[in-house]
Design a protein around this ligand. Structure first.
Ligand code: NAP
Length: 314
């Protein structure tokens, strides 16, 4: 569908971000017949589009791939008339009765309400070699790059659900998966931990931090530092997958809205932010749990609240 963007139109709702929270908000707004526009700067689906198998979203007893789930969300929202557009927002500003949304392209959009569902991005280790070897052995997406490491040893860095889940997925390809974690205990769910520790292809490497990623044209080894005695060691491998948490995509909101110390958007339980008419939902929200089911719930609440706000004020 070709969508014309115009400064002349005062949209009921502008949604920024096309992950589960944004697509759910879009479904509810479109179904309530609000004139709704969803802006997405990159890949629809956000973090779940990079997830091989979503096993804990209700309704899919055998699990569902993140890509497929995203397509289902999109299809359902579009059936009720949601307009999706690929654009990046650079700034937002509140006027008396409307919210201005400035786009990187230079265009300006106007909304009665704004729903921010901008999600989060992989956190970086910040060690030498990480940037240099990006796409040459360093990756933040097992679903995208796992198959490139068929029959070779790799490392996964991190100790949360993502590190555990993606290590398991990567055993389909790699000859060995070294799971490097800075402590001696994983923080991943028990069920995932049990699967990790019983998988013969995964070697847990506790109490180690990555000091450097080295190689020539491609990654060849990882220099590790022991967190207990500071000793250095090396792992020979061809790939490093980094899953050490997420950072919110809220840089463009600094100074505009109240954020917490880590940059997540502060909201109340009705998803209202510190700016009237602006709501936030999903992983960009302070206190987010990183669960698709929660993002979907947040998106639903934000849409209902936006609708009420419009009814009250316009
Ligand atoms: P996370 O839960 O924040 O875990 C990050 C891991 O990386 C932690 O183990 C942390 O170590 C480690 N870490 C952080 N900074 C580091 C650094 N600079 N160097 C080395 N290690 C570092 O992140 P996540 O695993 O990406 O998960 C994000 C959210 O999504 C969570 O809420 C998670 O539950 C959810 N999620 C759920 C599923 C699922 O339900 N199946 C799957 C994936 C993600 P410490 O343990 O020492 O802090």
């Amino acid at each position: 569908m070709t969508v014309e963007l115009s400064e002349e139109i005062l949209y009921d709702t502008i949604i920024v971000g096309g992950g589960p929270a944004g697509l759910t908000a879009g479904l509810y707004c479109a179904r309530a017949k609000l004139n709704t526009l969803l802006l997405e700067k990159g890949t629809l689906g956000g973090q779940i589009a990079l997830t091989d198998l979503v096993e804990n979203y209700p309704g899919f007893p055998d699990g569902i791939s993140g890509k497929e789930l995203t397509l289902k969300f999109k299809e359902q929202a579009e059936r009720f008339g949601l307009c999706l557009v690929r654009r990046e927002v650079s700034r937002v500003e509140k006027l008396e009765r409307e919210i201005l949304v400035y786009l990187r392209t230079g265009e300006l959009l106007r909304g009665k309400t704004l729903i921010l569902t901008v999600g989060s991005n992989p956190r970086k280790l910040g060690v030498p070699g990480e940037e240099e070897f990006l796409n040459r052995g360093v990756s933040y997406c097992a679903t995208c790059d796992g198959a490139l490491f068929d029959g070779v040893p790799i490392a996964v860095v991190g100790g949360g659900d993502s590190a555990a889940q993606e290590s398991l997925f990567l055993t389909r390809f790699a000859s060995r998966v070294y799971l490097v974690h800075r402590r001696d205990k994983l923080r991943a769910q028990k069920r995932l931990q049990d699967r990790v520790f019983s998988n013969p292809k995964i070697t847990f490497v506790p109490n180690k931090v990555v000091e450097e990623i080295r190689g020539r044209d491609f990654v060849e080894r990882l220099i590790l530092r022991d967190t207990k005695d500071n000793s250095l060691s090396e792992l020979q491998l061809e790939g490093v997958f980094i899953f050490i948490g997420l950072e919110p995509n809220t840089g463009f909101l600094k100074g505009t809205l109240e954020l917490d110390d880590n940059g997540y958007i502060l909201t109340d339980h009705r998803m209202r932010t510190s700016m009237e008419g602006v709501f936030a939902a999903g992983d960009c929200r302070s206190g987010a749990t990183g669960q698709v089911a929660v993002a979907v719930g947040d998106g639903c609440i934000a849409a209902i609240e936006a609708e009420r706000y419009i009814e009250d004020r316009f």
